[in-house]
Design a protein around this ligand. Sequence first.
Ligand code: MSP
Length: 664
Amino acid sequence: MMKLCVKIYDKKKYLEINKLKEKYYITTAIAYTSGKPHIGNTYEAILADSMARFKRYQGYDVFFQTGTDEHGQKIEEKASVAGVSPKVFVDGVADEIKRIWNLVGVSYDKFIRTTDEYHEKQVQKIFKKLYEKGDIYKGSYEGWYCTPCESFWTESQLVDGKCPDCGRPVVKSQEEAYFFKMSKYADRLMEYYNEHPEFITPVSRKNEMVNNFLKPGLQDLCVSRSTFKWGIPVDFDNKHVVYVWLDALTNYITGVGYDADGNHLDGYNKFWPADVHVIGKDIIRFHTIYWPIFLMALDIPLPKRVYGHGWLLQDGGKMSKSKGNVMYADDLVDYFGKDAVRYYVLNAMPQDNDGLISWESVIDTINSDLANIFGNLVSRTIAMSNKYFGGLVKDANVNEPVDAELKEVATSAVKKVTAKMDEFRISDALSEVFTLFRRANKYIDETMPWVLAKDESKKDRLATVLYNLTESIVIGASLLYPFLSDTCKKVFAMLNVELRGYDQLGEFGKLTQTTVTASPEILFARLDGAKIMESVNAMIASRSKPEITQPKKEEKPMIDIEDFAKVELKVAKVIACEKVEKSKKLLKLTVKLGEETRTVVSGIANAYTPEELIGKKITMVTNLKPAKLCGIVSEGMILCAEGEDGTLSVLSPARDVEDGSSIS
Ligand code: MSP
């Protein structure tokens, strides 16, 4: 009885008493299956993933849904060009999207597809329900249709005679269609906006909706089409298929188990209404006008918030397939590794604007933030703990005034990061963490441990300094964990500590003592920008060239014997070899050079299986600066010949020689 009263008056208390976690339902837009998603679409999945992981870390019971929007004329056309059925086509693209989401670590709880049987059935029932209620009626439509956006427009909505959303040409179209009575709910929607000022973030987007759509008066919305077949049939009039937005938007309720007959699955009862829909700025109208109105018509509570993020735009011009410069997440991950890509895109997007991206700035950001600020702090701290205390980190409590500021920055970080996350200011949340890392680096300069180390009487002060640094890293890496989980796990392993619990982060000094690793790994190797850009430009050029023309082999200038002598070449024996999990092109080889063993990453996975290489003697450059590929440090380069058709062949000595033998 007591519990019931508490439940009614104070939900938070009720959850606490019953040891239940508060739920949090977060979704991304569902991506069109018209082709491979570029880094812009992938950004949204990474963004929502970081938000979901942060909520999980805070202790919420999170349900994170993403998926694919698979119906519509455009997809029907693409499938026909590809010579396959629409279902076969969307199956392929949906698999590719899942692969990419997995590659960048999207920790979704559900991947919904609008071709899922449960979803299709419910959309049919919803359509019928709204028709029987009188909110959907049959009429005839004459208007302007934008095929890529799947949107009808009235004459007055066009901008210079073109689609107001994408600027592409529209075609005049007339057909019998079903309509939804939008205007009936306009006042209620306005009320909802006023009562829930946080509904649309950022607020500038709310003003846009009110001024451009609600105030001028809502038009009834066309919710069926009869000029193409690839959609969910209206079951009582199967000349028609459901217009994609009604189909697509309902994924948010069908995914958790909404049932139009009222027999909802548990997931719906538990998780609906959604706590936030994360979407791009171009589809805010659909999510903050049509979607809430559909829900009102169905008597379903509205989502709490809609966050419309900006777009990632390519610095120096629009991404275009014909220029070959579209940036894809899998290429970026191949070059830089998952966590670096996640950090880069999250950091690149401000909340109120678009974000500019380029290959060059990925390299700069990795070098400046991840290698110099974060990586360096961790490696310097571990190295000094090893050098001065054999790895033992323990507070000796010899405090000085300079410690106070570091401790203050460290202990206030959790509040600051959380506040930014609550406002959906993700790049600002990341910079709060980096403020702590920067402060810790400055603390090293201020305390100068190498000077303290020279004076035996300062040994305890030195221990305190290293303890303070380690503790700051644990707090910072714990806050960074939802964003860069693999990297932070490595940090915890090297420090020999656990992820610090969210509610423990406001206090300094939770670490009792630890012994750090004696052989720390480099978290982010500094990248050689010029070298990487050479390879990136070659990749872009090979993608933009017409299929049939052969690339012109570049002639290299003559060199002196001294130039050649700079290159150290040796015979190596492959003792182990495996595929690099996150990459289609890369193999990781362990090679023996006499006494020495090295790891080399090589782009030969298309030419060799690991088994073919194990035991082989090969040749390699051994004095190339180490480079990180897919998170693995490569300590050399395997020599290969490339045939006219691009086939790669590893070079081996013609007679058997000892591994480690030099080549000249
Ligand atoms: N299928 C619709 C959404 C239906 S939701 C019920 C759709 N699909 S989309 O594939 O075109 O876009 C998916 C998401 O990616 C959208 O939120 C869109 O705004 C976002 N982005 C598309 N290009 C983008 C960038 N360049 N940058 C950031 N986000 C981008 O719209």
